[in-house]
Ligand binder design. Structure first.
Ligand code: A2P
Length: 323
């Protein structure tokens, strides 16, 4: 572990050192995301979390190229993650999937490439509009997609591979067949969704965990929200801890994630908040703070996967999260 909190790294099961704190780019709009990446890296961020589906990788690629050309950082000083979209699960589509991302990001290889969801879509479908757009997992086995992901490591297109939104049973099944075990599971994690059993399983299986939507993802589109849902950033217990440390609620949430030993990737496109979030890496919460944050758990998913289940079909919430 390195000395400054901002650059604290966790060692993955393949020996790679991954910065525990990074910039999320889901919902960062074209026209904003490039500036956010430049701002973040200049401030000291060394880990950028991307995905094909975010629709902004080309602009991130321009930003990265500018940072390298200016000499702000070298490629080796940055950790870049991206994710395979669900319509590229057919083994023959996996390498073209990463190559499309690499071209957009203007990189020769990624540090980490994740299977974005344990959900398969027909190739021509980006988001399902009908049940026929979804392919059941028995017709598109995750193990087959994983074998193609392993081929990306062999081809040196990414250093590490992992998954996202996988349940414990799905991780267990994957580990049974994997030649290269997943290095990371990226999941929604915050005090309203503590996922203690998942963390314990991943710890015992040597799979690092990355916390997405650590601030409660309040900028996601209305269709993904539930009326009257609790607002994590406005929780009184979080506010009280923030006040005690003279920091913001967002900083408390970031420090909580890091102190639990997870990676955390808060999204921001605002220069002040980008710096504020980075500063949270040196915040030390007390045991009692951690306990009261842990007590907020209400199994609340802000990203509940409704886009996979709303048309019916094989990906019901329980099939997704429990099986
Ligand atoms: P913005 O991009 O304008 O800063 P999550 O990472 O859970 O998806 O949350 C992202 C949301 O939280 C965005 O709306 C983002 O807005 C906002 N956000 C990011 N950092 C902070 C912060 N330090 N304080 C308050 N809101 C923040």
């Amino acid at each position: 572990m390195s000395s400054t909190a901002a650059t604290k790294t966790l060692t993955l099961n393949n020996g790679a050192s991954m910065p525990a704190f990074g910039l999320g780019t889901w919902k960062s709009k074209p026209g904003e995301v490039g500036r956010a990446v430049v701002e973040a890296v200049k401030a000291g961020y060394r880990h950028i979390d991307c995905a094909w589906i975010y629709g902004n990788e080309a602009e991130i690629g321009e930003a990265l190229a500018g940072l390298f050309a200016e000499g702000v950082v070298t490629r080796d000083e940055l950790w870049i993650t991206s994710k395979l979209w669900n319509n590229r699960h057919a083994p023959a589509d996996v390498e073209p999937g990463i190559r499309e991302t690499l071209d957009a990001l203007k990189l020769e290889r990624l540090d980490l490439y994740l299977m974005h969801w344990p959900v398969a879509l027909r190739r021509e479908v980006v988001l399902p509009a009908a049940v026929t757009d979804l392919i059941p997992l028995d017709q598109a086995p995750l193990a087959d997609t994983w074998a193609a992901m392993e081929g990306l490591v062999d081809a040196v297109l990414t250093r590490s591979i992992g998954v996202s939104n996988f349940s414990v049973p799905k991780l267990r099944a994957l580990l049974e067949h994997a030649r290269i075990p997943p290095a990371n599971n990226q999941i929604e994690l915050h005090p309203y969704l503590r996922q203690a059993a998942m963390l314990e399983f991943c710890r015992s299986s040597n799979i690092a965990v990355t916390a997405y939507s650590p601030l409660g993802s309040r900028d996601r589109v209305a269709a993904l929200k539930t009326e009257g849902e609790p607002v994590l950033l406005e929780d009184p217990a979080v506010a009280a801890i923030a006040q005690a440390h003279d920091v913001t609620p967002a900083q408390v949430l970031i420090a909580w994630a890091l102190q639990r030993g997870t990676m955390v990737i808060p999204k921001s496109v605002d220069p002040g908040r980008i710096r504020q979030n980075l500063a949270a890496t040196s915040l030390q919460l007390r045991d009692e703070d951690m306990r009261s944050l842990d007590a907020l758990d209400r199994h609340r998913r802000y990203v509940d996967g409704r886009f996979w289940s709303s048309h019916g079909g094989p990906y019901s919430p329980s099939a997704l999260w429990d099986e």
